[in-house]
Design a protein around this ligand. Structure first.
Ligand SMILES: *Cc1c(COP(=O)(O)O)cnc(C)c1O
Length: 420
């Protein structure tokens, strides 16, 4: 399993935060260290995910598609079948249990596309906690359906009006809240990034994905897969899919980043391939960040909001540096092709993030033999994301429909604001 050395994975990781946040991080680390090797805590976590989120998620063979591509046998790990439609809820439920153990009553989070905010609001409602979700005002406009549901679930959604009114400003605002409320409040970090102990703690909860995958592969294939492929935003679904295989060198582990429009600066979100990310310290930790010559964080692009991030997990930065994880990338055009192919051949609607793993996995499967097996982690489902996906497939006959629907949804959303 994944263990840091004093919060570091090789040269990456650490805890670079204002003094005022140190006691909360230490408290969290102490609680986590007490519980991580306690089988009854892991069992409590598994029971919550089983009763509430539908775990274990299936391992689905893609028989028709494997035949069509003519290479390896392709399997999907179905994180899309979790409650709320993605793997994010695994981590959030786990942190919810830690919050209860620490005796805190309130959680805060920041969210860009809204998925992590929604998962946090769902967890808070289930466990009886107060939730405040910070979101850039522009992101609120774009992601009104997630905001609508967060409010219905009882969470307070705070629109942040400063700066560019997006995720970065929401993060600053959430940290300001936490500095003033650490005694009563837990900050729910959404991925395997940020200051220690968050990367290790999020990896611990997400490792449920590969633990199940391993058992299912033994039962359904009769041996371990030859490759496991996952998309990489912050890295939590990838590390979740890889963790149980780290000591099985016969299983290749492949992380697919967003190649975006092109490999030009500002048109992609690739941090682990050569000549992309460089070591730096930002947002409380040390990792590979996309940066310009002056060390300022660079611009990123991805067709999938969840992969549009300037840093990457210190755990993955380390594992790619040591060669255990192979970085790969998929361009927007390859992603939309893979998306359509899965839908039409197998009847599964993937998230755009997950379609990066599909694009990378399909390409690799074609070069493999039919007696080999490749598991692709399907991190989330796409049908909850209809507007963003429809926009990714520009078709003139849809534009009126999209315009009308988004206006209607905004009206509905505005109507809930007054009542919130
Ligand atoms: C958020 C998200 C991701 C990216 O986050 P990771 O931490 O890299 O896993 C990937 N897929 C889906 C469906 C998401 O919602």
């Amino acid at each position: 399993m994944i263990r840091s050395e004093n919060g570091y994975f090789g040269e990456f990781g650490g805890r670079y935060v204002p003094e005022i946040l140190l006691p909360a991080l230490t408290e969290l680390e102490t609680m986590f260290n007490e519980l991580r090797d306690d089988p009854s805590f892991w069992q409590e976590y598994l029971t919550l995910t089983q009763e509430f989120s539908g775990r274990p998620t299936p391992l689905t063979p893609l028989r028709r598609l494997s035949k069509e591509l003519g290479g390896a046998q392709i399997w999907l790990k179905r994180e899309d079948l979790n409650h709320s439609g993605a793997h994010k809820v695994n981590n959030v439920l786990g942190q919810g249990l830690l919050v209860q153990r620490m005796g805190k009553k309130r959680v805060i989070a920041e969210t860009g596309a809204g998925q992590h905010g929604l998962a946090t609001a769902i967890m808070a409602a289930r466990l009886g906690l107060d939730a405040t979700i910070y979101m850039g005002a522009d992101d609120i406009e774009r992601q009104y359906s997630n905001v609508f549901w967060m409010r219905q679930l009882g969470a307070e959604v705070v629109g942040v009006e400063t700066g560019a009114r997006t995720l970065k400003e929401a993060l600053d605002e959430a940290l300001r809240d936490w500095a003033a409320s650490v005694e009563t409040t837990h900050y729910v970090l959404g991925t395997v990034c940020g200051p220690a102990p968050f990367p290790e703690l999020v990896a611990y909860f997400q490792s449920v994905i590969s633990q199940e995958m391993k058992q299912q592969a033994m039962a359904q294939i009769g041996r371990l897969p030859d490759e496991v492929v996952a998309c990489v935003g912050g890295g939590s679904n990838a590390i979740g899919a890889f963790a149980a295989f780290l000591d099985d060198p016969e299983v290749a582990l492949v992380g697919v980043e967003a190649g975006g429009i092109s490999l030009k600066d500002g048109e992609h979100s690739i941090r682990m391939l050569p000549n992309t990310g460089e070591t730096g310290i930002a947002q409380g930790y040390k990792t590979l960040f996309l940066q310009n010559e002056d060390g300022q964080l660079g611009d990123t692009h991805s067709i999938a909001a969840g992969l549009d991030y300037v840093g990457v997990s210190p755990i993955l930065a380390h594992l790619s540096q040591t060669g255990r994880v192979t970085p790969d990338m998929a361009l927007d055009t390859e992603v939309t092709e893979a998306f359509k192919l899965l839908m039409k051949t197998e009847g599964i609607i993937p998230a755009l993030e997950s379609s990066h793993a599909l694009a990378g996995g399909f390409k690799r499967a074609k070069t493999m033999r039919p007696d080999q097996h490749i598991v692709i982690n399907l991190s989330g489902r796409g049908d909850k994301d209809i507007f963003n996906i429809a926009r990714a497939f520009p078709q003139p006959e849809w534009s009126d429909f999209l315009q009308r629907e988004s206006e209607r949804a905004k009206e509905l959303f505005d109507a809930t604001k007054e009542g919130n």
